[in-house]
Design a protein around this ligand. Structure first.
Ligand SMILES: O=C(O)[C@H](O)[C@H](O)[C@@H](O)CO
Ligand SMILES: [Mg+2]
Length: 390
């Protein structure tokens, strides 16, 4: 079997979007003096689809959400010529070929995102060719079902936040992740508002459900050190991305304070990136995203490394490319789930592009043992609300 062609499309959402409210979510741009739309860099309103076709007609589907138009160019210009004509079952060789041929500029960021999209498609091909779901090629079923946490609860009024949190309890979720609305530039008043948000959600979900807290790189080391003792009383399962991805020492200092477990990794790349973080004891939970980190080939290597350190892996994003890894690894205990809403930040866009993502029931999702590949189809009949850049 050989790879015959690669087709990339960028889908630009032109349908209804919900504008984020003020103080919707802290993020790395908050450190800039102009508030403006600090969420500007934080939209996922485009998605890249990467279809890899073999000479016997099997089509594997990969995807990417970061910088889709650039990722498309990287695949079309640099990566497709490297893998066309090759055997998709040589996935390790193909990953190394893409990684080493673009090493000068592609080992992190959009270069690795592009490699991820092709690698995910290759694993979809291997599943379809063998008649096995991808997780059965990675280690098989390690769970009856996958527990999922409802991940939204962006900054909003206290009443609205409580109502949204209650809706997840009513749907049977035992774990929720919320976002902060304020950070270092908002001073003590912002700290109090952040703590009010956490207090509200903790009161709604009660003491026996997991509460996770998301900063999305919007805080810094000094502010987080002041916040951690104030957050401890709410017993969060983790505090996520308190500092920017390059502040490895900050991650390590915060995690080694052992006040609240620190999580991160959705903006880190390859097993080398995570070896450094693990050696520094910088994370208590690893959260790579398979469509960024290097695809399934890279993610599975990180899973093995993390297991040796006994650091759990809970990939960013409730999407199929992550669910298969979670199902196949004992050290991946739960998955994230983005509730389906109107398009806001864009995490929800995945459900508009693809068909097949499992729907949670009572706080769990499951995968089909008999559905080959990733189990996704492109929702071609629903792409009318997208501008398609081919
Ligand atoms: O952990 C997450 O879900 C991500 O950081 C989100 O995609 C981002 O929207 C911040 O909430
Ligand atoms: Mg996150």
């Amino acid at each position: 079997m050989k790879i015959k062609s690669i087709r990339t499309r960028v889908l630009r959402w032109s349908g209804k979007t919900v504008a984020p409210q003020a103080n919707f979510c802290t993020n790395a741009s908050d450190a800039l003096f102009e508030r403006g739309d600090s969420m500007g860099s934080f939209r996922f309103h485009e998605w890249l689809i990467c279809e890899v076709e073999t000479d016997n007609g099997i089509v594997g589907i990969g995807n990417a959400a970061l910088a889709p138009t650039i990722t498309k160019q990287i695949i079309d210009t640099y990566l497709a010529p490297l893998v066309i004509g090759e055997d998709p079952f040589d996935n390790e060789y193909l990953w190394q070929k893409m990684y080493r041929r673009t090493h000068a500029w592609g080992r992190k960021g959009v270069g690795m995102v592009a490699i991820s999209a092709i690698d995910i498609a290759i694993w979809d091909i291997m599943g379809k060719a063998t008649g096995k779901p991808v997780f059965k090629l990675l280690g098989g079923r390690t769970k009856e079902q996958i527990p999922v946490y409802a991940s939204k609860l962006y900054g909003q009024s206290i009443d609205a936040l409580a109502k949204e949190a209650q809706s997840y309890v009513d749907q049977g979720f035992d774990m929720v992740k919320m976002r902060f609305g304020w950070g270092p530039k908002d001073g003590p008043a912002g700290m109090r508002k952040n703590l009010d948000l956490v207090k509200t959600v903790r009161e709604v979900i009660g003491p026996d459900r997991d509460l996770m807290l998301e900063c999305y790189m919007g805080w810094n080391l000094e502010y987080t050190k002041r916040m951690l003792p104030k957050l401890a009383e709410f017993e969060p399962r983790w505090l996520e991305e308190p500092v920017i991805a390059d502040d490895l020492a900050g991650y390590a200092e915060l995690n080694n304070m052992n006040i609240v477990p620190i999580s991160g990794g959705e903006h880190e790349f390859t097993n080398f990136g995570f070896k450094t973080l693990l050696d520094m004891n910088a994370l208590s939970v690893i959260q790579y995203d398979t469509n960024r980190v290097g695809g399934i080939t890279a993610a599975q290597k990180i899973n093995a490394l993390a297991e040796a350190y006994q650091v759990p892996v809970i990939p960013h994003a409730g999407q199929m490319h992550n669910y298969h890894l979670t199902m196949a690894n004992l050290n991946c205990p739960i998955s994230e789930f983005f509730p389906v809403f109107d398009v806001e930040v864009g995490n929800e866009l995945f459900y508009y592009v693809f068909k097949g993502d499992p729907v949670p029931k009572n706080g769990f999702i499951d995968l089909d043992d008999d559905l080959p590949g990733l189990g996704l189809e492109i929702a071609e009949d629903a792409l009318g609300e997208f501008e398609i850049i081919e």
